[in-house]
Write a protein that binds this ligand. Structure first.
Ligand code: SAH
Ligand code: SF4
Ligand code: F3S
Length: 435
């Protein structure tokens, strides 16, 4: 029996790609297994955004390579590390049968075929207009990712993504709409549109379309109940998008708008192309126009040259904005990026200290926000049961908060339940079904 196991690192884009990879393996007669030891083919979908993510991949491949030394188990490496470092990996580990980058992923079926005929394949070629997307086989579910574009043109000074994923290219609107309708017919209720910077969607297309117009098109698809999108770049986040969000009843009240730093000096060094003042003015407009909107963000601490003053500006920004949650990372130099040439002069302990100070500050804010929901009613799209307790249902509200709740009525996955919040917890809400 041919079986495969897939391990996914990195962002939503990689999760989407992993679904595509699974579909190709299944099409080729493989059965997915949740246990790595049962697999005849092990696939690792890799991320290179931070050094740690990348080195984890290497240690994992080395470990697997040793473990399966004398067996027929094959290893396939996909994703950003594969795209970036292709040959280096295959030469180092003899059980690795293929390396396929994010760009060639649409050729995976062919690659798999060649591997089954005894070849070792490296495919890290760029291919402008091909996407590993479409009506591929999906597992049943409630919420699906849909990639609307690939690549990135922003070249933030610290970031490896533009080097790995290439230039920004948008998919044609009709192809995406077809994919969403296909997902709707499979029973999906919520769609998250994916791109490194969704606000520049459509720029390379002949059709006169932009992201807000496209959102309205998706909003018109019957049967889809909720629409989300990640990620918005603050420099391109504008009033047209805010008013479209307001007009489109399916677009959820949640925006992920990564600030990265509260210091203008650091933002400039990061090539983010906005100041804190410009950013917060957009947040004020957003909060004014859209009731109960949740804003979330990413931050990098310990960027080369970040002083305590700069860091304090970040802390103050977090206090001022009141994010629902943030993702905070220690700066990690990526070879080939502009920032990697600047002397990384902050020692690791100090970076760690700043990271935990920022995370602690945000934890308290998140907790306070969660408490403020107590007694209120919120709409929850039911995803299933709580991991810890099968008597408790789990889903998310439009603000993307996790809500666990009890219900005396039998409720199905994929329905939207009104839940009264009894308790705001540190990372989630707890409540009871009322309607
Ligand atoms: N395109 C998205 C994010 C892509 S990467 C955007 O622009 O928001 C996700 C997050 O990883 C980034 O927002 C950033 O906070 C973090 N990140 C990227 N490169 C990094 C690096 N070299 N070191 C630490 N964190 C990094
Ligand atoms: Fe990286 Fe910046 Fe592009 Fe995001 S916008 S992927 S942080 S270069
Ligand atoms: Fe990582 Fe590639 Fe995503 S580097 S964050 S998996 S685009």
């Amino acid at each position: 029996m041919k079986t495969f196991y897939i391990k996914t690192y990195g962002c939503q884009m990689n999760k989407y790609d992993s679904e595509f990879i699974s579909s190709i393996f299944i099409e080729n007669g493989y059965i997915e297994t949740e246990k790595i030891e049962n697999a005849t083919f092990i696939v690792i979908n890799t991320c290179s955004v931070r050094e740690r993510a990348e080195s984890k991949v290497y240690s994992e491949i080395a470990r697997l390579n040793n473990l399966i030394k004398n067996s027929n188990v094959k290893i396939g490496i996909c994703g950003c590390v594969a795209q970036h470092l292709g040959e280096n990996i295959i030469n180092k580990y003899n059980n690795v049968s293929f390396i396929i980058g994010t760009e060639g992923l649409f050729r995976l079926s062919d690659v798999l075929n060649r591997v089954e005929h005894g070849e070792k394949v490296i495919d890290v070629f760029f291919s402008e207009n091909n996407f590993a997307t479409g009506k591929f086989k999906r597992k049943p579910g409630v919420s699906a990712f849909v990639s609307i574009m690939k690549g990135c043109n922003n070249f933030c000074s610290y970031c490896i993504v533009p080097f790995v994923r290439g230039r920004e290219i948008s998919r044609k609107p009709n192809e995406i709409i077809d994919e969403i309708k296909y997902l709707r017919d499979l029973g999906y209720k919520e769609i998250t549109l994916l791109g490194q910077n969704v606000n520049s969607y459509g720029k390379n297309l002949d059709e006169s379309i932009n992201f807000p117009k496209f959102l309205s098109m998706v909003n018109n698809i019957d049967g889809i109940e909720r629409i989300r999108f990640v990620t918005s770049h603050p420099k391109d986040f504008n009033e047209e998008l805010i008013s479209t969000m307001k007009d489109c009843e399916k677009v959820c009240e949640h925006v992920h708008l990564p600030l990265q730093s509260g210091s203008d000096r650091i933002l400039k060094m990061m090539s983010r192309k906005y100041t804190y003042k410009e950013y917060i003015e957009k947040i004020y407009k957003l909060k004014k126009s859209i009731n109960n909107v949740a804003v979330t963000s990413d931050f990098i601490v310990g960027f080369p040259g970040e002083t305590l003053d700069d860091f304090n500006n970040t802390l103050n920004a977090v206090k001022e904005i009141g994010y629902h949650t943030i993702y905070a990372f220690m700066y990690s130099p990526r070879p080939g990026t502009k920032a990697a040439e600047i002397d990384d002069n902050i020692d690791k302990d100090e970076k760690k200290r700043r990271l935990s100070e920022l995370i602690n500050l945000q934890s308290n804010i998140t907790y306070k926000i969660n408490k403020s929901y107590e007694g209120k009613t919120t709409d929850v799209l039911i995803e299933g049961f709580s991991k810890k307790n099968a008597n408790i249902l789990m889903g998310r509200n439009r603000q993307n908060q996790i809500v666990n709740f009890v219900s005396s009525k039998l409720l199905e996955q994929g329905t939207i339940a009104q839940v009264r919040i009894r308790e705001g917890k540190k990372n989630s809400l707890f409540g009871e079904f009322i309607n």
